[in-house]
Design a binder for this molecule. Structure first.
Ligand code: P6P
Length: 320
């Protein structure tokens, strides 16, 4: 494959003005990835001693990753605002005329870092119309996203993105470039895996338990399944994108509105799933059509191959 960097790919796309945003995300990802690789040798593991707006223990690396993303993206004249899982409020940059809002989870799955498990950065890009209200623009539904993607920090560091015309994957090489490795990714129409925290199953709505049993009984096209659950959303999603199957985080007693966050987890991954031929729902409806009301609102998330997700959506809709 020709040597194409993510910046070159974006510059040649229908959204060339986003090239500098992806360059900044790449710079941040290189810094975050390096910190993670060397975490065992420096005092960056463990809790930072504060809790974030989610009520979660902030890990030192969460704070580091957030600072790096804020610094690299905040310097761009084209970025008007930043929304982060780690900050209570949106951050307005010193570029109010900027066209983009970048919404991100700087380091998802960070509770897994101490045990050297894949973690990720997830991002969503929305547009602000000239003279438009930036706060209203950050609450647009997922269907309005101009671009979305994630970086997965694993045995290799990969950036997987969509600009609204398919999904492409870039791998960080030794020279520090994210190089196009797989173009036009397609999620298998049905997969061998289901991915969920079954410890919560007793508190799911009954339709979700019935669905999972139905699936495991081979009732979906006679296919059988294996369980895979890493507990890092980006890693579980990345496997689902490549191998197929379904990831489920249903409503639970502890999180009746769902645990995962709409703006910087469900929407970007929902866009990637749909662009790769898969689907993403909150239960009876499509994730990308939810009209957000708050920047940190949560949602149930069922995402993956169309066969499994469509079957879940139908079962939940019939149960409601
Ligand atoms: P549970 C990690 O904390 C995270 O936000 C996602 O990365 C992951 O999918 C989910 O929570 C795991 O949640 O309740 O199964 O531990």
């Amino acid at each position: 494959m020709d040597r194409v960097t993510v910046e070159q790919h974006v510059a040649a796309s229908a959204q060339p003005l986003l090239a500098e945003v992806f360059a900044a995300i790449g710079t941040a990802a290189r810094e975050i990835g390096r910190k993670i690789r060397l975490a065992g040798l420096s005092d960056v593991l463990g809790a930072a001693g504060a809790t974030n707006v989610q009520g979660e223990q902030q890990q030192k690396l969460d704070v580091f990753a957030n600072d790096v993303m804020m610094a690299e993206l905040g310097k761009l004249g084209s970025v008007a605002a930043l929304v982060s899982e780690e900050d209570d409020d949106a951050v307005l940059t010193s570029h109010p005329a900027g066209e983009w809002i970048v919404i991100f989870d700087p380091l998802d799955g960070s509770s897994n870092i101490d045990v050297n498990v894949n973690v990720g950065t997830i991002f969503s890009i929305q547009r602000v119309a000239p003279g438009g209200d930036v706060h209203a623009a950050m609450l647009q539904p997922g269907t309005a996203q101009i671009a979305a993607g994630y970086v997965v920090y694993g045995p290799s560091c990969m950036m997987v993105i969509s600009l609204g015309a398919g999904v492409d994957a870039f791998t960080l090489d030794d020279s520090g470039d994210f190089l196009l490795g797989t173009a036009a990714m397609h999620m298998p129409t049905q997969g061998p895996y289901y991915s969920t925290n079954e410890a919560n199953a007793s508190t799911w709505p009954a339709a979700y338990r019935e669905y999972l049993q139905w699936l495991l009984d081979g009732k979906l096209n006679g296919k059988t399944y294996s369980s895979r659950y890493i507990g890092s959303l980006v890693a579980d999603f990345h496997r689902t994108l490549l191998k197929g199957g379904v990831f489920l985080y249903p409503p639970t007693d502890k999180a009746p509105a769902g645990k995962l966050r709409l703006l910087y987890e469900a929407n970007p991954l929902g866009m990637l799933a749909e662009q790769a031929g898969g689907a993403a729902v909150f239960g009876a409806g499509r994730i990308l059509e939810i009209e957000p009301s708050k920047i940190h609102q949560r949602t149930p998330l069922i995402v993956g191959s169309k066969a499994e997700v469509d079957a879940l959506q139908k079962m939940v809709a019939e149960a409601n």
